[in-house]
Design a protein around this ligand. Structure first.
Ligand code: MG
Ligand code: MG
Length: 261
C-alpha cells in the first residue's frame, strides 16, 4: 500500500533527510587514508543523536541473521551495499559508499554517497560520475503522471550505455513513517511500466552500479553484498517527494560537494 504524504509530512521528511545530508557531510570531512569505518560510524551516530534523531539502521532487523550493528552502512570497493563498519583502515585509492538513515519527528531520511579516499583511478572516478548522473536522470523522470518503470529505464539506459552493470537484487523504495514502504523502485525497467507517480509520493532512488558484472552475493556476515567479479561498485541515493507535480529532492549533497570530495 502506497502512503501519499501531505504538505506538512513532506516538510517533516525534508527535516529528516537534510539531517542525513549533514551527517554524510560530517563523515566526508573525516574520510582519509587511515581512518576506519568504525570511526566514521561513531561520528555519524553522535551527530544524529545530538540532533535529536535516531539512526534508523542501528538494530535494523535481518531475515537472514543478526540485526544491523551500526548507524551507517560502509561498503568499500567491491562491496555494493550493507557493509558493516569495522576496524580496517581505509587506504588511498579506495572508494567507500556510505548509506545513512535517520528517524526524526516520526519520519525517515535515507541517502547515500560514494566517497573517494585520497586519489582514485580515473576508471573508478568515471564509475562514480556515471552513477551520480544516473541518480539525477531517475529524479528528472519523476514527474506526476509518469510511472515507476520510467525511473528505472532512465537509470538503466544511462549506466548500461556507459558499459556498467545495474544491480537487480536491491532497489529503491517508498519512504515515510517506515524506512521501506511501497512501491519498490528498481534501477531497471520499461517505459510506461509499473505504478503511476502521483503528488505526495515519497521515494528513495538509489542506483547501485557495478564496473563489471551486475551479479552480487552476500558475505557470511549475512549483510555485506559484494560483486561476484570483485570489481568496484558505486551507490548514490536521494529521497525525493513528488511535490506540485515535480520531483523535490528532500535529501541534499550540497554540504558534501562543498567539501570537494
Ligand atoms: Mg539508504
Ligand atoms: Mg534506501
Amino acid at each position: 500500500m502506497i502512503f501519499l504524504k501531505t504538505e506538512d509530512e513532506i516538510e517533516l521528511m525534508r527535516k529528516a533527510n537534510l539531517l542525513v545530508g549533514s551527517t554524510l557531510a560530517e563523515i566526508g570531512k573525516a574520510i582519509r587514508p587511515g581512518v576506519t569505518t568504525k570511526q566514521l560510524d561513531k561520528i555519524a551516530e553522535e551527530f544524529i543523536r545530538d540532533h535529536g534523531a535516531v539512526p534508523t539502521f542501528k538494530g535494523f532487523p535481518n531475515p537472514y541473521g543478526p540485526e544491523f550493528p551500526a548507524s551507517i552502512c560502509t561498503s568499500v570497493n567491491e562491496q555494493v551495499v550493507h557493509g558493516i563498519p569495522n576496524d580496517e583502515p581505509l587506504r588511498e585509492g579506495d572508494i567507500v559508499s556510505v548509506d545513512c538513515g535517520t528517524l526524526l519527528e516520526g519520519f525517515n531520511g535515507d541517502s547515500a554517497y560514494t566517497f573517494m579516499v585520497g586519489e582514485v583511478s580515473d576508471e573508478v572516478k568515471n564509475l562514480l560520475r556515471v552513477t551520480k548522473e544516473a541518480l539525477y536522470k531517475g529524479i528528472e523522470t519523476s514527474f506526476a503522471g509518469k510511472r515507476i518503470g520510467d525511473i528505472g529505464y532512465a537509470v538503466q539506459q544511462h549506466c548500461e550505455g556507459n558499459g556498467y552493470g545495474v544491480v537487480r537484487e536491491f532497489v529503491g523504495h517508498g519512504i515515510g513513517k517506515e524506512m521501506h514502504e511501497d512501491p519498490a523502485v528498481p534501477n531497471y525497467g520499461k517505459r510506461g511500466d509499473g505504478k503511476m507517480i502521483k503528488n505526495g509520493l515519497c521515494i528513495a532512488i538509489e542506483p547501485m552500479i557495478t564496473m563489471g558484472t551486475y551479479e552480487v552475493f552476500m558475505l557470511p556476515d549475512k549483510w555485506t553484498i559484494i560483486t561476484r567479479d570483485r570489481k568496484p561498485a558505486a551507490h548514490f541515493e536521494h529521497t525525493i517527494a513528488i511535490h506540485h507535480g515535480k520531483p523535490d529532492i528532500l535529501s541534499s549533497f550540497e554540504e558534501i560537494e562543498k567539501l570537494g570530495v
